[in-house]
Design a protein around this ligand. Structure first.
Ligand code: 5GP
Length: 200
C-alpha cells in the first residue's frame, strides 16, 4: 500500500450548536479526499429525520452498557448535562482505516482526549467553534430542536469544552459553513502532502 492509500483518523470537536455536523457533511461531499464519517453509538433519542445506522446507532441504555462491558468502544462518555451516552465503536474505526479512508470522528473533547491516549493513531485534531458563547446560544435557539433545559445544559458544557481548545492542532472559527469547509479541506490536503513527503 503506498502512503496515499493509508487511512487517517481526524477528530473534529467543538461546542454542539457550532454547526459541526453541517460542516462535516459538506466537507465529505466537497473535499477531494477519501473522507468518511464514523457513525457513533448513542442512547439519546433520535431527532426528527435522524436515522439509525446513518446519523448514529441509537441504542438502549442496556444495549450500550452491554457493549461497553464487551469492550466494543474505543472511547465513550456520558454527557454530564443530559446523561446520554455517546461512544466510538472500535469496529467503525477499524473498518474505515483498513479501507484506506480518512475517518472523521465528530466527538466531544473528553472522547477526543481518550483517543489521543491511544498513541498508535496520531489523529489530525480540529476544534471548531462559532467565536464565542453568545453566538453559540443564538445558533442553538435558531436551530429550534432543543428545549430550554437542553440549551442551558449545552451552554454549560460548551464553556468547559472551550477550555480544551489548546489541546487541538487546528482551530477553525465557523463564521460561514463554506469558509469553514474550505479551511478544513485545506488543512487536510496539507496533512496529506506532509504524509507523502515523510514517507517518500
Ligand atoms: P448531538 O447530541 O448534538 O448529536 O451530539 C452531542 C455531542 O456529542 C457533540 O459534541 C458530539 O460531538 C458528541 N459526540 C457524538 N458522538 C460521540 C462519540 O462517539 N463519542 C463522544 N465522546 N462524543 C460524541
Amino acid at each position: 500500500m503506498n502512503a496515499s492509500d493509508e487511512g487517517r483518523l481526524i477528530i473534529i470537536s467543538g461546542p454542539s450548536g457550532a454547526g459541526k455536523s453541517t460542516v462535516v457533511r459538506q466537507l465529505i461531499e466537497q473535499c477531494e479526499l477519501p473522507l468518511v464519517a464514523s457513525i457513533s453509538a448513542t442512547t439519546r433519542t433520535p431527532r426528527l429525520n435522524e436515522r439509525h445506522g446513518v446519523d448514529y446507532f441509537f441504542l438502549t441504555e442496556e444495549e450500550f452498557a452491554r457493549r461497553r462491558r464487551h469492550g466494543d468502544f474505543l472511547e465513550c462518555k456520558q454527557n454530564f448535562g443530559l446523561q446520554n451516552w455517546y461512544g466510538t465503536l472500535k469496529e467503525q474505526v477499524a473498518a474505515g482505516l483498513n479501507a484506506g479512508k480518512w475517518l472523521i470522528l465528530e466527538i466531544d473533547v473528553e472522547g477526543a482526549m481518550e483517543v489521543l491516549r491511544h498513541r498508535e493513531f496520531d489523529p489530525i485534531t480540529i476544534f471548531i467553534h462559532p467565536g464565542g458563547l453568545d453566538e453559540l446560544e443564538r445558533r442553538l435557539r435558531l436551530r429550534g430542536t432543543e428545549t430550554a433545559e437542553s440549551i442551558a445544559a449545552r451552554l454549560e458544557t460548551a464553556a468547559v469544552e472551550m477550555s480544551y481548545l489548546t489541546r487541538y492542532r487546528y482551530e477553525v472559527i465557523n463564521d460561514t459553513v463554506p469558509a469553514a469547509v474550505d479551511e478544513i479541506c485545506q488543512i487536510l490536503q496539507q496533512a496529506k502532502e506532509l504524509n507523502e513527503c515523510s514517507k517518500s
